[in-house]
Design a protein around this ligand. Structure first.
Ligand code: SF4
Length: 571
């Protein structure tokens, strides 16, 4: 059985990987952390929703109200400062552009909510959506019909909106997301409910497209020809249903997310004899996982692996897993590829006290400094949800500490967070931080939270037609590229608020037929693989993941399929 650590997230694994010397272990970290807070508050801090309230703590003895002193911080990167009086202070034009959209236009909110009401529409949106759009969505009064989440939760949210009576679902994300949402709705009996995207054009994804070329198929074919091991393809969720279906036809395939990829690898290697894992298409994430297993082997004993990683694993089994882990070498997300060496050096020299976050997809350098920081609870690596939860937790801890002890000396505590992922997350972060500060009145004058965007110096281009005189994007080029970066996904930004309002209007006016260009891709419609509908074959890999998540292990059917297909290929 997995330990609590391994069933949660990779970020928590990173927190427990000891550095040299080995004495900097999880135990010492836990003791240090616990000693700063009362047991009850420490327990409560595990989730944002369970945040302790002001009333939970006695009035601090000797609480002294003093005027806070101003905070000083580096200006090397653009940032947004979130203060207790709800004020947002943006530094740098990129941050100003982000901030300008965080407080939504009331007119835009009412147009959208009235439209949604009239059309009986539910909206599921990815965290990486444009900040303007996200902030309007968050202000819609009927939040039962709005969900902003990672890609896995989007499908489930759409199903529950259908159960609640929604007549149509609008998906704000990239095309593989609308395609997956539709497939999950169909699987749950809601295939008749229309799904709409927010642009007639293809809304691509560089990472998903990395797996749509001949070389990915060739790499999998090589996997299927393995002689001495039983291959399993572990595919990142950011891929099309077509890729999932075609891959499944070559090698047994299971989908994973950044939150459960570690569990997927650990559990499959226990259940499937002589397993080899073929992970793709996200090369950065695959290499990050290899690095992490190497660190485990370098620093942990059998006992520590059992305690902190998985009860049924030890050094020998992790070494075997690592030896048989293959990573697709050419899969890149254009956004995550931007956090390169130059950014990392600036983080280290200009922000020595900042917490560092990195999505699992970001390249090695940023990932490594975030992982190093996480060893001292000064950072986090993981999914978008992990990053959001970490920032919320740190602000809660600071607020609770001030509530409890009173503020001595009048210095403001400015918590700085390097945001090593897509900048669209800032809307959710601002919303959580404001909520925490609002619920801790004694702390609100003393705690500020600064979100720092580690973008390259050429990340903003001058645009005289823009309202701000600038546009996030690489100077001298279209959209994002590996040459610099704006930390915003150019594909996600194709989803526009006006279009969503237009969709609602067309549905409410009974003109849904005009929206056919907005349906999700139907590349698999009417196609069959080995006599089965191709859509079903594509969904199989997602269902294997769901089985793992609900049961804590893979189904016997999957184990049997991996072993039998491998044996058949060998003959
Ligand atoms: S950030 Fe954009 S390009 Fe990168 S994986 Fe997400 S959708 Fe694809």
């Amino acid at each position: 059985m997995l330990s609590r650590l391994a069933t949660s997230t990779l970020s928590r694994l990173a927190l427990t990987v000891p550095r040299t010397p080995l004495s900097r272990s999880l135990i010492s970290l836990s003791v240090r952390t616990s000693s700063t807070l009362p047991p009850s508050s420490h327990r409560n801090l595990s989730s944002a929703s369970a945040a302790p309230h002001y009333h939970d703590f006695p009035e601090p003895i000797g609480f002294e109200v003093v005027s806070p002193r101003p905070v000083e911080s580096s200006n090397a990167f653009p940032s947004i400062l979130i203060t207790g009086d709800e004020e947002l202070i943006a530094k740098g034009s990129f941050a100003e552009a982000q901030k300008a959209f965080i407080d939504p236009d009331p007119q835009a909110v009412s147009s959208l909510s009235e439209g949604m009401e009239a059309a009986n529409v539910g909206i599921v949106a990815h965290f990486y959506m444009d900040v303007e759009l996200q902030s309007v969505l968050q202000a819609v009064p009927n939040q039962k019909r709005v969900k902003i989440s990672d890609s896995l939760v989007m499908g489930d949210a759409a199903v529950s909106m259908c159960r609640d009576g929604a007549s149509a679902i609008c998906v704000l994300g990239v095309d593989f997301m609308s395609e997956s949402v539709k497939a999950i709705m169909t699987k749950n009996g809601y295939g008749h409910i229309p799904v709409y995207r927010a642009d007639e054009r293809k809304i691509g994804c560089s990472l998903a497209e990395s797996a749509e070329n001949l070389s990915y198929g060739a790499w999998l074919t090589k996997a299927s020809q393995e002689k001495d091991t039983n291959p399993l393809h572990v595919i990142y969720i950011n891929t099309s249903l077509e890729t999932k279906a075609l891959s499944t036809n070559i090698v047994p395939t299971v989908t994973c997310t950044s939150s459960n990829v570690l569990q997927t690898m650990l559990q499959s290697s226990l259940q499937i004899p002589e397993l080899s894992i073929w992970y793709g298409p996200d090369t950065c994430m695959g290499y990050n996982l290899q690095t992490m297993f190497e660190k485990v082997l370098k620093h942990w004993s059998d006992e520590e692996i059992k305690q902190k990683l998985h009860q049924e694993h030890d050094r020998k089994s992790i070494q075997k897993l690592l030896n048989n882990l293959h990573v697709y070498p050419s899969g890149n997300c254009v956004v995550h590829h931007m956090f390169g060496k130059e950014c990392v050096e600036t983080v280290q020299s200009q922000y020595p006290d900042a917490f560092v976050s990195a999505h699992l997809e970001v390249p090695g350098e940023m990932f490594e400094i975030a992982m190093e920081a996480s060893l001292d609870d000064k950072g986090v690596v993981g999914s978008t949800s992990d990053i959001l939860n970490f920032i919320t937790k740190k602000v809660e801890e600071a607020a609770v500490e001030i509530q409890k002890t009173g503020q001595v000396g009048g210095e403001k505590k400015n918590l700085q967070f390097i945001l090593g992922t897509e900048a669209g997350m800032v809307t959710s972060i601002v919303s959580n931080v404001k909520r925490v500060l609002a619920s801790n009145p004694a702390a609100k004058d003393f705690v500020t939270c600064e979100i720092i965007f580690p973008v390259a110096s050429d990340a903003v281009m001058v645009d005289s037609e823009s309202e701000f005189g600038i546009s996030p994007g690489v100077s001298g080029g279209e959209g994002c590229s590996t040459a610099g970066g704006c930390a915003t996904c150019p594909f996600m930004k194709m989803n526009e608020l006006d279009k969503v309002v237009d969709i609602c209007q067309a549905i409410a006016d009974g003109k849904s037929e005009s929206l056919t260009g907005l349906h999700p891709p139907k590349r698999l419609e009417g196609k069959f693989i080995n006599g089965r509908p191709a859509v079903e074959v594509g969904v199989d890999s997602i269902l294997h993941m769901r089985h793992l998540m609900s049961e804590g292990k893979f189904s016997e059917d999957l184990v049997k399929e991996v072993v039998e297909r491998s044996a058949a290929n060998a003959n």
